[in-house]
Design a binder for this molecule. Structure first.
Ligand SMILES: NC(=O)C1=CN([C@@H]2O[C@H](COP(=O)(O)OP(=O)(O)OC[C@H]3O[C@@H](n4cnc5c(N)ncnc54)[C@H](O)[C@@H]3O)[C@@H](O)[C@H]2O)C=CC1
Ligand SMILES: O=C(CO)COP(=O)(O)O
Length: 338
């Protein structure tokens, strides 16, 4: 059944998901705060800053008026970086109160909030109380916007404790090249999504330094071990980490040149300064901020996360990457299962 859907956030992922939902037959309005971008989407059907050369469906409309996008929408998809999520959630909540609407909320944000260490669905449930919404579904998994734009085969997870809502999201997004699985483990899906970006920066960094395949495989595997340790400490199902929102997303992000996190790490490995890397990316590098949140959270919870800790020292204390690698390799020898 065709639904009226508002998509909040017109960066690379929000705009490509909005386009795919439009092509799936839904009535989609894409909201962005940027007037120039909205004009370009509505007239040229392009979004050059985020998706160079991609042409969007002429049926997709964009607006800077969030109320116009949300009015009569049964589903609101939020695709905003973690840093801006609360601001957008508060705006949305005020509109939902005014319009007396209660949509299903789906989000695709991958990160943890600074200082509170909250997951995106926790932030959303605080800022959009249940009288203004249905359930909150997490859409996550190995899904670079660039690949989805060219209709490459993709499989992701829709996670929600309410399985009916996860199934609704599954139906909205699925098509011949985009296959959605359901999962009821929101905690595991969100920890996997946030933490894989840290390991992807590390993977880029070791490649930038000239290390090869063994090193990358070791980093990914031991990275997954510490992602799982932190997630399980907060109640995640360990099985989720061998699924699409766990190892699936970790592999794609830590091996793809489309990944902003991998690319940032690569440039750091080649000796670029962090601030220059951030300034030149022009898109969000979630892992830079998640490294800080996850490092602090792991200390608070006394969970061992040696790779995250090493990357924290590199990103926030200016430690040389080679020194961080030596320290990781020189730690006391241990069992794989600890
Ligand atoms: N790009 C991708 O392939 C994928 C991205 N994601 C996740 O989706 C989220 C968004 O990522 P992208 O679209 O790639 O980011 P992006 O950097 O391409 O675009 C972010 C968009 O959000 C807008 N924005 C940021 N803060 C805002 C605020 N306070 N109010 C209003 N608008 C705001 C920006 O103007 C921009 O249009 C991130 O958490 C990312 O990890 C998840 C899966 C795939
Ligand atoms: O989450 C993603 C792919 O699944 C996108 O990763 P990047 O933010 O590193 O580009």
């Amino acid at each position: 059944m065709a639904e009226k859907i508002a998509v909040l956030g017109a960066g690379s992922w929000g705009s490509v998901l909005a386009n795919m939902l439009t092509e799936n037959g839904h009535d989609v309005t894409l909201w962005s705060r940027n007037e120039e971008q909205v004009k370009q989407l509505n007239t040229e059907h392009t979004n050059p800053r985020y998706m160079k050369d991609f042409v969007y469906s002429t049926k997709l409309t964009a607006t800077t008026d969030m109320k116009e996008a949300v009015k009569d929408s049964s589903v609101v998809l939020i695709v905003i970086p973690t840093k801006g999520l609360r601001e957008v959630a508060k705006q949305l909540n005020a509109i939902l109160t005014e319009l007396h609407q209660k949509p299903l909320i789906i989000h695709a944000t991958k990160g943890l909030e600074q200082n509170t260490y909250k997951r995106p669905s926790e932030m959303l449930s605080e800022d959009i109380p249940s009288e203004n919404r249905q359930a909150i579904v997490v859409l996550s998994g190995p899904s670079h916007a660039e690949d989805v734009a060219i209709k490459d085969m993709t499989a992701v997870t829709a996670a929600c404790e309410d399985l009916a809502s996860a199934k609704k999201a599954q139906k909205l997004f699925s098509n011949s090249y985009f296959r959605v699985y359901t999962n009821d483990d929101v905690i595991g899906a969100e920890f996997g999504a946030a933490l894989k970006n840290i390991i992807a920066i590390g993977a880029g960094a070791i490649q930038g330094l000239g290390y090869h395949d063994n090193a990358r495989a070791a980093l990914i595997t031991r990275g997954l071990a510490e992602i799982r340790r932190l997630g399980v400490a907060f109640g995640a199902n360990p099985m989720t980490f061998i699924g699409l929102s766990g190892v699936g997303d970790l592999v794609v992000t830590a091996t793809s040149k489309n990944s902003r996190n991998w690319r940032a790490g690569y440039q750091l490995g080649q000796g670029k300064k962090l601030q220059d890397v951030i300034d030149n990316m022009g898109m969000v590098i979630e892992g830079v901020y998640t490294t800080k949140a996850a490092y602090e959270l792991s200390r608070k919870r006394q969970v061992q996360m040696p790779i995250t800790e090493a990357l924290y020292r590199v990103l926030y204390e200016g430690e040389d990457i080679k020194t961080a690698i030596s320290q990781l390799m020189d730690r006391d020898l241990t069992s794989e299962n600890e």
